[in-house]
Write a protein of this length. Structure first.
Length: 143
């Protein structure tokens, strides 16, 4: 019987037992870029504000990806509820989120979207294990 991941050679995706070199790479990755931080920001906007929120957040993302401390800045909309969004912000160091919040484009975004919120946004911070830092970067931001 074939399962969706049965032909996959990647042990993470296939569910197969991880070889020692794979586990070792996780340990090395955590020490190579220990300061890298990934922030997921969960946003619920009012139904009548979806288009406006999307537009102003796209503009913020265009500026954010040009900051030296930002590796990625993704805007994702929930498929079955268009009022739910996820911002995925990947920073080079733990100091970079604070630097991002000092920018003019962030202040404009924050103040503009505040009345659009159906509830306060919340965030969760993660640390990367794999891929290595270069694997997170996109070559060119396109909207």
């Amino acid at each position: 019987m074939t399962t969706p991941n049965s032909r996959c050679s990647n042990p993470v995706l296939s569910g197969k037992q991880r070889p020692a070199r794979f586990v070792w790479r996780i340990a090395i990755a955590a020490t190579i870029f220990p300061g890298m931080i990934i922030v997921h920001v969960f946003v619920h906007v009012k139904a009548d504000a979806v288009d406006a929120f999307t537009a102003v957040t796209r503009e913020n993302a265009r500026h954010s990806v040009n900051e030296p401390g930002i590796i990625r800045f993704d805007l994702i909309q929930q498929d079955d509820d268009p009022t739910q969004f996820l911002l995925i912000e990947i920073y080079r160091t733990t100091a970079d989120p604070a630097l991002h919040k000092e920018t003019a484009h962030y202040a404009t975004w924050r103040d503009t979207v505040a009345p659009m919120m159906a509830e306060p946004r919340r965030s969760v911070k993660y640390r990367a294990l794999i891929p290595e830092m270069a694997g997170w970067e996109y070559s060119d931001f396109q909207d």
